[in-house]
Design a protein around this ligand. Structure first.
Ligand code: UDP
Length: 261
């Protein structure tokens, strides 16, 4: 299992990842899927709890252009980058094919429901049994037929209610969009209370992308590894996070390379 700065990242193609998820859904266990990118890896350096969760993942999808560059530099056999937000679509297809139900948890008010509606347009038979926001906001009318409510995730007192709501509809797949490392920590501490869940994955901003609330960088910028520039332009308040990914991460990689030589 390759480690980048002590964090597990699977060297796997998107096709292989899909096959692995198919197997995980059938093996009777409960699995955490992660999407380590440079920001995750920097965060994990000083957060042992986060690092342990990442290293316990059944599948760690290599996300982020910077990760691919680092792998090249460290001569690790990485095959392809798998963006978490693209992989959500693969999970939706797998869910339809296997008859698995999905619960979307997280993001701002109405985003999970809007993402559910978008996923259903391309996957008409997808069973989305819950779609609820992850921040404490006042309830507002959301598109039927999704069961929705606000104030689930991270707010005080929201924890108990959300566990019950998820247990009541017993989803097979749980996608959590609280941002890292909150989403991974939330999943790790609550998965055992949600026995129906076979696969739980932190999806960060994926619901915002799918719902069309945040535009992904154009393909060309992504191919050039300049997605960070796009995010800086759209979400300038992320500058510290972008600094961690674009400056700190390469510096840590270079340091680890030089100290190992
Ligand atoms: N979010 C949430 N509850 C929180 C904090 C964040 O639902 O307490 C949502 C936020 O609205 C956004 C997502 O989590 O939809 C975080 O996306 P981001 O792109 O920051 O994810 P990351 O890059 O950290 O994985």
């Amino acid at each position: 299992m390759p480690l980048i700065l002590g964090v597990k990242v699977d060297t796997i193609t998107r096709e292989q990842a899909i096959i692995r998820v198919e197997r995980l859904l059938k093996d009777g266990g409960q699995h955490i899927l992660t999407t380590p990118n440079p920001e995750f890896i920097v965060a994990a350096q000083n957060d042992a709890e986060f690092r342990n969760i990442l290293n316990r993942a059944s599948l760690a999808l290599p996300d982020g252009f910077g990760l691919m560059l680092a792998a090249k530099f460290l001569r690790l056999p990485f095959k392809e980058r798998i963006a978490g937000s693209d992989f959500v679509w693969d999970i939706a297809r797998l869910a339809v094919a296997g008859g698995y139900s999905v619960y979307l948890l997280g993001a701002g008010e109405g985003v999970a429901a809007a993402a559910a509606a978008k996923l259903k347009i391309k996957n008409v038979k997808l069973k989305i049994v819950g779609a609820e926001s992850g921040v404490l906001l006042t309830p507002s009318p959301l598109p039927a037929p999704y069961r929705t409510c606000s104030g689930a995730g991270m707010g005080e007192g929201g924890g108990e209610g959300v566990i019950k709501r998820i247990r009541d509809v017993a989803p097979d797949i749980l996608l959590v969009a609280f941002g890292h490392p909150k989403q991974e920590k939330w999943i790790a501490s609550h998965l055992a209370e949600l026995p129906s869940v076979k696969i739980a994955m932190g999806v960060g901003g994926a619901l915002d992308f799918i719902a069309g609330r945040v535009r992904r960088a154009p393909r060309l910028l992504r191919a050039l590894g300049l997605e960070w520039l796009w995010r800086l332009f759209l979400q300038p308040w992320r500058i510290v996070r972008i600094y961690r990914a674009v400056v700190l991460f390469p510096a840590l990689i270079a340091r680890s390379y030089l100290t190992k030589r």
